[in-house]
Write a protein that binds this ligand. Structure first.
Ligand code: PGA
Length: 251
Protein backbone atom coordinates (compact mmCIF):
# COMPACT_ATOMS: atom_id res chain seq x y z
CA UNK A 1 0.00 0.00 0.00
CA UNK A 2 1.25 3.48 -0.79
CA UNK A 3 2.14 5.67 2.14
CA UNK A 4 0.27 8.89 2.93
CA UNK A 5 2.17 12.06 2.04
CA UNK A 6 4.57 12.71 4.88
CA UNK A 7 4.04 15.70 7.18
CA UNK A 8 7.05 17.42 8.71
CA UNK A 9 5.77 19.68 11.48
CA UNK A 10 7.79 22.22 13.43
CA UNK A 11 6.60 22.87 16.97
CA UNK A 12 8.34 26.09 17.95
CA UNK A 13 6.95 25.93 21.51
CA UNK A 14 7.47 29.16 23.53
CA UNK A 15 10.54 30.21 21.59
CA UNK A 16 11.50 33.17 19.46
CA UNK A 17 10.54 36.80 19.50
CA UNK A 18 8.73 38.30 16.54
CA UNK A 19 11.86 39.11 14.55
CA UNK A 20 13.19 35.56 14.98
CA UNK A 21 9.87 33.99 14.14
CA UNK A 22 9.47 35.91 10.90
CA UNK A 23 13.09 35.27 9.91
CA UNK A 24 12.70 31.56 10.59
CA UNK A 25 9.45 31.42 8.64
CA UNK A 26 11.07 33.26 5.72
CA UNK A 27 13.98 30.83 5.65
CA UNK A 28 11.67 27.79 5.77
CA UNK A 29 9.51 29.29 3.01
CA UNK A 30 12.57 29.98 0.86
CA UNK A 31 13.74 26.37 1.18
CA UNK A 32 10.37 24.67 0.75
CA UNK A 33 9.92 22.73 -2.46
CA UNK A 34 6.67 21.54 -3.97
CA UNK A 35 6.57 17.78 -4.38
CA UNK A 36 8.32 16.92 -1.12
CA UNK A 37 6.66 16.20 2.21
CA UNK A 38 4.11 18.68 3.51
CA UNK A 39 5.79 21.29 5.69
CA UNK A 40 4.11 22.85 8.71
CA UNK A 41 5.27 25.47 11.19
CA UNK A 42 3.55 26.02 14.54
CA UNK A 43 4.67 29.33 16.10
CA UNK A 44 3.39 30.80 19.38
CA UNK A 45 -0.04 32.47 19.19
CA UNK A 46 1.17 36.10 18.95
CA UNK A 47 3.36 35.27 15.93
CA UNK A 48 0.74 33.42 13.87
CA UNK A 49 -0.55 36.29 11.76
CA UNK A 50 2.91 37.70 11.05
CA UNK A 51 4.26 34.27 10.14
CA UNK A 52 1.29 33.69 7.86
CA UNK A 53 2.13 36.92 6.07
CA UNK A 54 5.75 35.89 5.64
CA UNK A 55 4.82 32.42 4.33
CA UNK A 56 2.67 33.97 1.63
CA UNK A 57 2.10 31.47 -1.15
CA UNK A 58 5.02 29.19 -0.18
CA UNK A 59 4.06 25.51 0.26
CA UNK A 60 4.28 25.68 4.06
CA UNK A 61 1.22 25.26 6.27
CA UNK A 62 0.55 27.17 9.48
CA UNK A 63 -0.52 25.61 12.75
CA UNK A 64 -1.02 26.54 16.39
CA UNK A 65 0.13 24.70 19.50
CA UNK A 66 -3.18 24.49 21.36
CA UNK A 67 -6.78 25.69 21.30
CA UNK A 68 -9.75 25.96 23.65
CA UNK A 69 -12.63 23.53 23.21
CA UNK A 70 -15.29 26.24 22.94
CA UNK A 71 -15.75 28.58 19.96
CA UNK A 72 -16.03 31.76 22.08
CA UNK A 73 -16.90 32.96 25.56
CA UNK A 74 -15.60 34.00 28.95
CA UNK A 75 -12.30 32.11 28.92
CA UNK A 76 -9.62 34.66 29.72
CA UNK A 77 -6.31 33.92 28.08
CA UNK A 78 -7.62 31.18 25.82
CA UNK A 79 -7.85 31.05 22.03
CA UNK A 80 -10.52 29.25 20.02
CA UNK A 81 -9.94 27.05 17.01
CA UNK A 82 -12.14 29.37 14.96
CA UNK A 83 -9.82 32.29 15.78
CA UNK A 84 -6.87 30.20 14.64
CA UNK A 85 -8.65 29.54 11.35
CA UNK A 86 -9.18 33.28 10.95
CA UNK A 87 -5.44 33.95 11.00
CA UNK A 88 -4.65 31.23 8.48
CA UNK A 89 -4.03 28.11 10.54
CA UNK A 90 -4.69 24.76 8.92
CA UNK A 91 -3.49 22.62 11.85
CA UNK A 92 -3.58 22.72 15.63
CA UNK A 93 -1.49 20.58 17.96
CA UNK A 94 -3.54 19.24 20.88
CA UNK A 95 -2.57 17.09 23.85
CA UNK A 96 1.15 17.74 23.67
CA UNK A 97 2.76 16.16 26.72
CA UNK A 98 3.93 19.57 27.91
CA UNK A 99 0.31 20.72 28.00
CA UNK A 100 -0.83 17.47 29.56
CA UNK A 101 1.82 18.00 32.29
CA UNK A 102 1.82 21.81 32.67
CA UNK A 103 -1.94 22.30 32.41
CA UNK A 104 -3.31 19.01 33.66
CA UNK A 105 -4.99 18.18 30.37
CA UNK A 106 -6.40 14.66 30.36
CA UNK A 107 -7.69 12.61 27.46
CA UNK A 108 -11.24 14.01 27.66
CA UNK A 109 -9.96 17.59 27.47
CA UNK A 110 -7.67 16.68 24.59
CA UNK A 111 -10.53 15.02 22.74
CA UNK A 112 -12.69 18.13 23.21
CA UNK A 113 -9.90 20.27 21.78
CA UNK A 114 -9.50 17.90 18.83
CA UNK A 115 -13.25 18.12 18.23
CA UNK A 116 -12.99 21.91 18.37
CA UNK A 117 -10.24 21.87 15.77
CA UNK A 118 -12.32 19.68 13.47
CA UNK A 119 -15.41 21.85 14.06
CA UNK A 120 -13.41 24.89 12.92
CA UNK A 121 -12.08 23.13 9.85
CA UNK A 122 -8.59 22.67 11.26
CA UNK A 123 -6.70 19.39 11.34
CA UNK A 124 -5.81 18.54 14.95
CA UNK A 125 -2.49 16.80 15.57
CA UNK A 126 -3.27 14.67 18.62
CA UNK A 127 -0.19 13.81 20.68
CA UNK A 128 0.21 10.64 22.72
CA UNK A 129 3.20 9.11 24.45
CA UNK A 130 4.44 7.38 27.57
CA UNK A 131 6.77 8.66 30.31
CA UNK A 132 10.02 6.90 31.09
CA UNK A 133 8.54 5.39 34.25
CA UNK A 134 5.67 3.99 32.23
CA UNK A 135 8.07 2.52 29.66
CA UNK A 136 10.27 1.04 32.37
CA UNK A 137 7.17 -0.53 33.88
CA UNK A 138 6.40 -2.20 30.56
CA UNK A 139 3.27 -0.10 30.11
CA UNK A 140 4.15 1.93 27.00
CA UNK A 141 1.80 0.12 24.64
CA UNK A 142 -1.10 0.20 27.09
CA UNK A 143 -0.60 3.89 27.91
CA UNK A 144 -0.45 4.92 24.27
CA UNK A 145 -3.49 2.80 23.42
CA UNK A 146 -5.49 4.34 26.27
CA UNK A 147 -4.51 7.88 25.29
CA UNK A 148 -5.39 7.15 21.69
CA UNK A 149 -8.79 5.70 22.61
CA UNK A 150 -9.58 8.62 24.92
CA UNK A 151 -8.17 11.50 22.88
CA UNK A 152 -9.35 10.82 19.34
CA UNK A 153 -12.91 11.87 18.50
CA UNK A 154 -15.26 9.28 17.02
CA UNK A 155 -15.83 11.49 13.97
CA UNK A 156 -12.14 11.63 13.03
CA UNK A 157 -11.01 10.60 9.57
CA UNK A 158 -7.60 10.35 7.96
CA UNK A 159 -8.25 13.65 6.21
CA UNK A 160 -9.32 15.50 9.34
CA UNK A 161 -6.92 14.34 12.07
CA UNK A 162 -3.25 13.45 12.49
CA UNK A 163 -1.74 11.40 15.33
CA UNK A 164 1.71 12.07 16.80
CA UNK A 165 3.57 9.55 18.96
CA UNK A 166 5.95 11.40 21.24
CA UNK A 167 7.56 9.42 24.05
CA UNK A 168 7.87 11.99 26.85
CA UNK A 169 11.38 10.82 27.71
CA UNK A 170 12.58 11.58 24.17
CA UNK A 171 11.28 15.16 24.04
CA UNK A 172 14.06 17.71 24.26
CA UNK A 173 16.46 15.16 25.73
CA UNK A 174 18.48 14.08 22.71
CA UNK A 175 17.41 10.52 23.48
CA UNK A 176 15.43 8.67 20.85
CA UNK A 177 13.81 5.25 20.94
CA UNK A 178 15.36 2.58 18.76
CA UNK A 179 13.81 2.01 15.36
CA UNK A 180 12.38 -1.22 16.75
CA UNK A 181 10.73 0.61 19.66
CA UNK A 182 9.24 3.19 17.29
CA UNK A 183 8.05 0.44 14.98
CA UNK A 184 6.36 -1.42 17.85
CA UNK A 185 4.37 1.61 19.03
CA UNK A 186 3.49 2.82 15.55
CA UNK A 187 2.27 -0.66 14.59
CA UNK A 188 0.03 -0.65 17.67
CA UNK A 189 -1.30 2.83 16.84
CA UNK A 190 -1.98 1.72 13.27
CA UNK A 191 -3.75 -1.42 14.43
CA UNK A 192 -5.93 0.56 16.80
CA UNK A 193 -6.78 3.12 14.09
CA UNK A 194 -7.63 0.33 11.65
CA UNK A 195 -9.82 -1.36 14.26
CA UNK A 196 -11.72 1.86 14.96
CA UNK A 197 -11.88 3.76 11.66
CA UNK A 198 -12.75 2.63 8.14
CA UNK A 199 -9.88 4.68 6.75
CA UNK A 200 -7.47 3.74 9.56
CA UNK A 201 -4.71 2.73 7.10
CA UNK A 202 -4.61 6.26 5.68
CA UNK A 203 -4.18 8.24 8.93
CA UNK A 204 -0.84 10.00 9.20
CA UNK A 205 1.03 8.99 12.35
CA UNK A 206 3.99 11.23 13.13
CA UNK A 207 6.95 10.42 15.36
CA UNK A 208 8.23 13.17 17.68
CA UNK A 209 11.02 13.42 20.23
CA UNK A 210 14.60 14.59 19.50
CA UNK A 211 14.21 14.30 15.72
CA UNK A 212 17.12 16.01 13.97
CA UNK A 213 18.70 15.89 10.54
CA UNK A 214 21.15 13.20 11.62
CA UNK A 215 18.47 10.69 12.72
CA UNK A 216 15.57 11.70 10.49
CA UNK A 217 16.20 9.27 7.65
CA UNK A 218 16.24 6.31 10.03
CA UNK A 219 13.18 7.37 12.03
CA UNK A 220 11.16 8.40 8.97
CA UNK A 221 11.79 5.10 7.22
CA UNK A 222 10.22 3.05 10.03
CA UNK A 223 6.97 1.36 9.02
CA UNK A 224 3.87 3.40 9.89
CA UNK A 225 5.86 6.59 10.48
CA UNK A 226 4.29 9.18 8.21
CA UNK A 227 6.23 12.23 9.24
CA UNK A 228 7.76 13.98 12.23
CA UNK A 229 6.80 16.48 14.91
CA UNK A 230 10.00 18.41 15.49
CA UNK A 231 10.73 20.70 18.44
CA UNK A 232 14.24 22.03 18.99
CA UNK A 233 15.52 21.19 15.51
CA UNK A 234 12.63 23.12 13.96
CA UNK A 235 14.11 26.37 15.29
CA UNK A 236 16.88 26.20 12.69
CA UNK A 237 15.60 26.41 9.13
CA UNK A 238 18.45 24.43 7.58
CA UNK A 239 18.05 21.63 10.11
CA UNK A 240 14.27 21.55 9.66
CA UNK A 241 14.58 21.49 5.87
CA UNK A 242 17.20 18.73 6.09
CA UNK A 243 14.73 16.65 8.12
CA UNK A 244 12.14 17.20 5.40
CA UNK A 245 14.65 16.20 2.74
CA UNK A 246 15.23 12.91 4.61
CA UNK A 247 11.57 11.90 4.37
CA UNK A 248 10.97 8.96 2.06
CA UNK A 249 9.28 9.92 -1.18
CA UNK A 250 5.50 9.63 -0.90
CA UNK A 251 3.05 8.49 -3.53
P1 PGA B 1 12.01 17.91 20.48
O1 PGA B 1 10.47 18.21 20.77
O2 PGA B 1 12.16 17.68 19.00
O3 PGA B 1 12.74 19.16 20.93
O4 PGA B 1 12.39 16.70 21.26
C1 PGA B 1 9.47 17.52 20.07
C2 PGA B 1 8.10 17.96 20.55
O5 PGA B 1 7.94 18.19 21.75
O6 PGA B 1 7.16 18.09 19.74
Amino acid sequence: MSRPRALIAGNWKMNGRLAEATALAAAVAAGARAGGPELLVCPPFPMLAAVKGVLGAAPVSLGAQDCHAKPAGAHTGDVSAEMLGDVGCRYVIVGHSERRADHGEGDAAVRAKAEAGMRAGLVPIVCVGETLAERDAGAALAIVAAQLAGSIPAAATAATLVVAYEPVWAIGTGRTPTAAQVAEIHAKIRADLVARFADGPAFRVLYGGSVKAANAAELLSVANVDGALVGGAALKADEFLAIAAAAPKGN
